[in-house]
Design a protein around this ligand. Sequence first.
Ligand code: AMP
Ligand code: MG
Length: 528
Amino acid sequence: MSDMFTFNNRFVRALPADPLETNTRRQVPRASYSKVLPTPVHAPKLIAYSHEVADLLGMDRAFVMSPQFVNTFSGNELLGGMEPFAMNYAGHQFGNWAGQLGDGRAINLGELEGNDGRNWTLQLKGAGPTPYSRTADGRAVLRSSIREFLCSEAMFHLGVPTTRALSLVGTGESVVRDMFYDGNAQMEPGAVVCRVSQSFLRFGNFQIHAAREEHDILQRLMDFSIENDFPHLSLGTGSNTPKVFLDWFQDICDRTADMIVHWMRVGFVHGVMNTDNMSILGLTIDYGPYGWVDDFDLDWTPNTTDAQSRRYVFGNQAGVAHWNLAQLARAILPVVNDAESLGSILKSYSLRYQTGYERMMGAKLGLSEVQQDTDPNLFKELEGLFSRYETDMTLFFRLLGRINPKDSIRPQWSILKESQYGAQADQESDWAAWLNKWSARVLQDSVGKLDAPRRKLMDATNPKYVLRNYLAQEAIDKAHEGDYSTIAELLDVMRRPYDEQPEYQRYFAKRPDWARDKAGCSMLSCSS
Ligand code: AMP
Ligand code: MG
């Protein structure tokens, strides 16, 4: 069975390995990775898998259901050709330089070509300690693994660039976690997720070599990234010029800006945008204390660890990404040797984000084009209403698509009322005033003025279903009782988030009151 797959393992071929192969925690100079094996687990059990990712990797149902699959994706067994390793990286955490971090609980199993002709890396998260585990155990708890598994796939189907998830396997072992760092450590069930991505390179992979002044390795890593993941930029010689490196950095800035625009579109808050959690491909990576805004609040963060400094709140994400890109620019400067060009590329990020954000907001409102003299104001006024009246973001935008701008506006407020968390006296007239401006504007737009095309644009931009925090928590609570059916159901509804799916109508609802301040629903920590 295992020779069904041909692992090419490009990363380990191309980059310098840690000469030590013992699994002891240490600083690892002059290496991009360390060879390390997953630590076997007691009683692995397949809890969920993504058939789309399995298909992509050429894994049929018989293989997925076989003992070999669960053994492989729990870390108990290797398939022929796999060469497991943990990556070396550094990072800025919450704005401070943290030095070497690395894959402390992630182990890459191997790389193979998918059915789409592209190269995919398979990586276990929670597969045991590595040289980069520092003081931690290398494991992951079931609750966080469910959240990562479901959200990766939900984001993919929402059209947001993301790493994928193949499988979620329970380990049959317990893990000790102090969820809120308050001295209440508990035993929790452990799990392993197999993540799948074209690349798991983070800004921090480049930062580690820069910080150690390993400029030769830094350049090799940049060349590797270009050859493998940015082939359209490559000169094809395996070693690139400063001009190519600048184009590469431009591409990274563009992708990062586009990713954040998507996050703002669907109401996703990453929660820990440290530079070690920023993908070089502009993918959403490392699902930890992330959250979905229920009520549109630019100042909201799900991460209790960030509750004081509020660095990673919803409305700060574009700015923080820019800061992170500046750290990446600093790291690659010794190879590129052109601070001025790096600086102007960084500037272009802001413009790309701004333009992308406005176009996205326009599409959410049914506009095919942004008019600079009117639309930014229309968006600002809407945000003002959101901050005055607690409004469910997903419900509001989806229901806005049900309002007919040609009909009298005020009576149609009843459609949108469902998106409100409270009822206040002036609410209706304030909303009607904004809706009148919106309807006048949308009727001037070439797409907006036509009912069917407008609705199509809005419904393709405004998802009906997102992985609300309390929904994931319900799946977790049930899983702790041994019932995995909600995981399967959420995975299913999130496969077609823009479709009506009347059978899942109950998921098109505001966050219930009990979930407002509940741990796991609105408050999450980095403990996972
Ligand atoms: P995160 O904030 O989850 O992205 O993790 C930051 C760093 O801590 C990374 O180097 C992780 O590999 C490491 N880390 C997080 N949790 C664990 C764990 N349970 N065991 C070992 N390393 C961990
Ligand atoms: Mg991380």
